[in-house]
Design a protein around this ligand. Structure first.
Ligand SMILES: NC(=O)c1ccc[n+]([C@@H]2O[C@H](COP(=O)([O-])OP(=O)(O)OC[C@H]3O[C@@H](n4cnc5c(N)ncnc54)[C@H](OP(=O)(O)O)[C@@H]3O)[C@@H](O)[C@H]2O)c1
Length: 248
């Protein structure tokens, strides 16, 4: 374990990522913030320094456009090494539009799966080569069972889950960790406009605590909050003939 930890957050402007970065800042970590909106990332970096981050670096990246393997190398050089990578970026998209407009569906797939897979595979190579480190990827409970209101998004998250589980198998006996964290509905910009509140909704801070812990220890498939493991086990067990009559 290096001290301070060097963390790279892909999609550092995300609500869950920001809450996670705040936890790392209190540990005095070196934090690399990657994303498109440099102005927002600068404000986040200033806040993290006040909270105790040893150093912050900002990387302006559109993850769908950048060459993941080459860009990761540059980022690691700037951070002085790599201990944890959190992949947090993603889009929910518009399911109804995605059903009639391939460009809209493709954009969800491109951001959430095609580009994320490129970054995940590039990070996996780095961690395998150095024989240590953690990769934590934000999936979703939506990936556990397709439902009509969000199945394009859900399919991308199911793909990520399988990819990360395969990498954690690949890492067996080689040192690094790869974890897929599956949040339930969380109060961030992604869910703006939805009716929030009630027992199924979580704060970004609650999810961040799960993400932070997952980087160090525990199961390789993690639900956030943990109650979603049981909820999704029940939902997966509902026969299709019953499930398809349900409205959600
Ligand atoms: N919120 C939930 O209810 C929920 C539930 C389950 C899983 N998740 C997953 O958890 C992760 C974090 O979610 P969140 O709610 O914290 O997200 P969020 O606040 O909506 O932020 C998403 C981030 O992704 C970035 N992004 C999207 N496309 C990008 C691209 N091509 N290049 C660079 N950045 C890009 C956005 O950047 P810009 O600001 O530049 O657009 C934004 O900062 C996501 O993977 C999400 O699918 C969220």
């Amino acid at each position: 374990m290096t001290n301070p930890l060097r963390i790279l957050i892909l999609g550092a402007g995300s609500g869950i990522a920001q809450a996670t970065a705040r936890l790392y800042a209190t540990e005095g970590a070196v934090i690399g913030l990657a994303g498109r909106n440099v102005e927002r990332l600068s404000a986040i970096a200033d806040d993290l320094k006040v909270r105790g981050a040893t150093k912050t670096d900002i990387f302006e990246v559109d993850f769908t456009a950048a060459d993941a393997a080459a860009t990761i190398g540059v980022m690691i050089g700037k951070l002085g090494g790599l201990d944890h990578v959190i992949l947090a970026y993603g889009v929910l998209g518009d399911q109804a539009l995605a059903e009639r407009d391939w460009a809209a569906a493709r954009q969800i797939i491109d951001v959430n799966f095609r580009s994320a897979a490129a970054w995940i595979l590039a990070v996996a190579d780095v961690l395998e080569h150095q024989g240590r480190g953690s990769l934590v990827v934000l999936g979703s409970v939506a990936g556990d069972r397709g439902r009509r209101s969000n199945y394009v998004y859900g399919a991308t998250k199911a793909g990520l889950s399988t990819l990360v589980q395969g990498i954690s198998h690949r890492f067996r006996d080689r040192g690094p960790r790869a974890v897929i964290v599956k949040p339930g509905p969380t109060d961030t910009a992604m869910t703006v406009g939805m009716t929030k509140g009630g027992p199924l909704w979580a704060t970004p801070e609650a999810v961040a605590a799960v993400v932070r812990k997952a980087a160090d220890r525990g199961s390789l498939v993690v639900y956030a909050p943990g109650r979603w493991r049981l909820i999704m086990a029940i939902i997966r067990a509902i026969p299709a003939i019953v499930f398809n009559k349900m409205n959600f």
